[in-house]
Design a protein around this ligand. Structure first.
Ligand code: NAD
Length: 493
């Protein structure tokens, strides 16, 4: 819902990688929506930057076509595209060269030092160092400048620290916005609201009342256009190091003293530091790696990973399931089961908190089994929250219990368009609010926990377990949770 809009001050936003997939498919449509809602004023400027030669006119045509695709048949947004494109310009710069930077700097600095300048690095991370060096050398890093870094920030702790050092030599930590778009999702922010704006949940939010937590981020897509990046990364680096661990932190963190960036991030950091290490000793039982074989996705036959990649030797995991323990007072003995993968049965991202069973049942057998309460936070599709409760089936003839949902779909509850994560996050950058962005120590703490898993896998030298495209992953992932007498959540509510 966009009823309470706070317009942002006019700004300059420079998107390095302005011709890329992320810029055209996500960032520019998000900006159009904020513009159409009146949050972005007409004197703001959006510069696409990339190395290919383009004019403002040709770039606007490319952006216009991408926007038209993104907004579909929404007549209000379609009608605003032409006016939005007046904000858009293009500058040709090869990030690795010296040409074009002085001109860009002169143009931006002419807008005044006080104006907010956002540099969005929507490029391969290999270019981050060169871009930041040029921004520093041309004096574009001062005043109200901010830099946004896309994932992946490194492929291990050492490389992440190197990127952070390089970016840190041009920008101070409070100018750096490391984006994890999962944190911009309404449901994730609603997790904060549910936990900390209701008296109901927090007293139950601990090992005494919660049995376990599941976090699933399932995709139906395969490699798409990301083959070379993905094959070098795998599901653990691509999804768990950032998105799944960030979601885990939001569930597990202690209440921050206030909704201030550092208060929230301090609490998330404590969770990351409390994660029990998964090393050579326990990797074989606490982790499952999988790789999809041929099967079906969205009703169509699809090739297996190795054929899609064109390399029969790859051992990259396209699926991972983990049993994670948070070694602190609140969560002792409460497992967090994480799973993510490509070519799975459904596209769904959700957090499921399963409460403990009632200590004693007063009902006789004919009433049916009492299912533990479950809080399901769905991030996609259809963002919303469901709380599974046991109720009596209506009607005479004895008391029969049924597990029914208190269901709150955000689209139904609040109506209208649910803002995309990037809409919220881009406006937070312009406003200078880093609460939903990752601080350096968080990113590095996450890698510090991930690195031993990667090296344990290397030592074990086992090929990832095959699973059929369109399934829920290898059977070992089912065994991982069933061994503990639990099952992966199925949407039965
Ligand atoms: P892409 O390959 O589609 O685009 C890369 C952009 O960088 C292009 O505009 C290209 O022209 C530009 N570029 C390449 N070399 C350059 C150079 N030397 N100088 C200047 N510009 C140069 O990639 P993408 O999918 O848009 O992803 C960009 C970044 O965002 C990557 O790090 C990716 O991992 C990350 N990311 C992408 C998505 C997504 O949905 N596409 C999601 C999350 C993170």
């Amino acid at each position: 819902m966009t009823a309470h809009l706070a317009p942002v001050a006019p700004f300059d936003l420079v998107i390095f990688g302005g011709t890329g997939d992320l810029a055209l498919r996500k960032l520019l449509p998000a900006l159009l929506r904020r513009y159409a809602d009146g949050q972005i004023s007409h004197d703001s400027r959006i510069y696409g930057v990339a190395r290919q030669a383009e004019s403002d006119t040709s770039y606007r045509a490319t952006v216009g076509a991408a926007l038209a695709r993104a907004v579909g048949d929404d007549p209000v947004l379609q009608a605003r595209i032409a006016s939005f494109l007046e904000l858009v310009a293009y500058r040709t710069i090869d990030a690795t060269g010296d040409a074009g930077w002085a001109e860009l700097a002169a143009e931006l600095l002419a807008h005044g030092e006080a104006r907010v300048r956002v540099f969005y690095l929507s490029t391969s991370p290999q270019l981050f160092v060169a871009i930041c060096k040029h921004l520093r050398d041309t004096g574009l890093n001062g005043g109200n400048a901010r830099v946004v870094l896309e994932k992946p920030i490194g492929h291990d702790l050492t490389s992440a620290a190197a990127i952070n050092d390089a970016v840190g030599s041009a920008f101070t930590e409070n100018q750096i916005f490391r984006i994890d778009h999962y944190l911009g999702k309404e449901t994730v922010q609603n997790l904060l609201a549910l936990r900390f704006a209701n008296a109901l949940f927090e007293p139950l939010w601990n090992a005494g009342r919660i049995d376990h937590v599941q976090i699933t981020v399932a995709e139906t897509v395969g490699l798409e256009q990301r083959a070379s990046y993905y094959d070098g990364a795998g599901a653990l680096r691509d999804m768990v190091q950032n998105h799944l661990l960030q979601l885990l932190c939001m569930v597990a963190m202690e209440p921050p003293a206030a909704l201030h960036a550092d208060a929230v991030r301090d609490e998330k950091l404590k969770v990351l530091r409390a994660l029990r290490p998964i090393t050579g000793d326990n990797a074989a039982v606490a982790t499952v790696r999988g790789q999809y074989r041929a099967g079906a996705a969205s009703g169509k036959a699809v090739a297996g990973y190795l054929d899609e990649l064109g390399n029969r030797d790859s051992r990259t995991e396209t699926f991972v399931a983990l049993k994670v323990e948070v070694d602190n007072w609140r969560w002792a003995g409460v497992p967090f089961y994480l799973r993510t993968g490509k070519r799975l049965a459904e596209r769904v991202s959700e957090i499921v908190v399963t409460f403990r069973e009632v200590p004693h049942s007063i009902f006789d057998e004919s009433a049916g089994r009492i299912t533990p309460n479950q809080l399901v936070l769905r991030l996609q599709p259809d963002e919303g929250v469901k709380l599974g409760l046991m109720l009596k089936e209506p009607g005479p003839g004895g008391l029969r219990l049924r597990h029914v949902p208190l269901d709150m779909s955000f689209a139904e509850a609040f109506g209208g368009h649910q803002p995309e994560a990037y809409e919220r996050l881009l406006m937070d950058v312009v406003r200078g609010n880093p609460t939903l962005f990752m601080r350096r120590d968080e990113v590095e703490a996450a890698w510090r926990w991930i690195d031993p898993i990667l090296s344990a896998w290397k030592d074990i030298r086992e090929a990832p377990k095959p699973y059929t495209a369109g399934s829920w992953g290898p059977s070992a992932a089912v065994a991982l949770i069933e061994r503990d007498g639990r099952t992966w959540h199925e949407d039965t509510l």
